[in-house]
Design a protein around this ligand. Sequence first.
Ligand SMILES: Nc1ncnc2c1ncn2[C@@H]1O[C@H](COP(=O)(O)OP(=O)(O)OP(=O)(O)O)[C@@H](O)[C@H]1O
Length: 237
Amino acid sequence: MSHLLPLTVQGAETTHRGKRLVGPIDLTIEGAGATVIVGPNGSGKTTLLRLLHGAARLTHGEIAWNCPMDEAQLHQAFVFQRPVMLRRTVLENLIYPLKVRGTSKREARKSAVAWAAKIGLSDMIDRSALVLSGGEQQKLALARALITAPKVLFLDEPCAALDGRATREVEVILQAAKQNGTRLILSTHDMGQARRLADEMLFMLGGKIHEFGPADTFFEAAQTASARAFLKGDIVE
Ligand SMILES: Nc1ncnc2c1ncn2[C@@H]1O[C@H](COP(=O)(O)OP(=O)(O)OP(=O)(O)O)[C@@H](O)[C@H]1O
């Protein structure tokens, strides 16, 4: 299989009823690790993630993967802030993405059972996913995204609704995914999480990329006054 990355974005914009929500965006994402997107409310983090994933309409510019689009789409996944569960059992939620990719029933079940164990839900596999706690549902959403071993995983504030313990459990899964070669691109409001996970930081402001580069540089010597103010916890608009 060819590599998905680099992802190359040139002059990309998305507009809604004539209003530009994000853009123009010029960006190259390559290599391994995690790109963490931060910025004030409404700065365009979610829209940028959706645009890169192909879930928001590209109204101008270009977004290209290093392979045909249908192949790129097959090897990427998206985890939302609030987990979306199928009204089925925990096991069936895990089996579903494998089933749609044509994995045999036996293999899919084996893999689903293993993933349920990894996320601490072995005792719940035959329960409805809808009865799980918010933290358990988010771990299940993450496992369901990772069970196909995606090359790229997008996550939109995956821990926003979770407490400290569930956040830590999700981060353990994300660090393992990174180690296994899944490229992470996620947004967060939690600067502690950004410091723990990021290899690369992307700071959004007013629908545009305001700063983008290695995480160490961003945290130690942000280039712009807005990014420095944001890091200090000042209100930035
Ligand atoms: N479907 C939509 N229709 C109209 N406007 C939208 C839509 N989605 C987003 N917007 C607008 O686009 C801008 C960027 O929103 P977006 O949700 O991407 O920001 P964000 O940085 O993720 O915000 P938050 O941190 O609050 O989640 C905002 O001004 C928002 O109101």
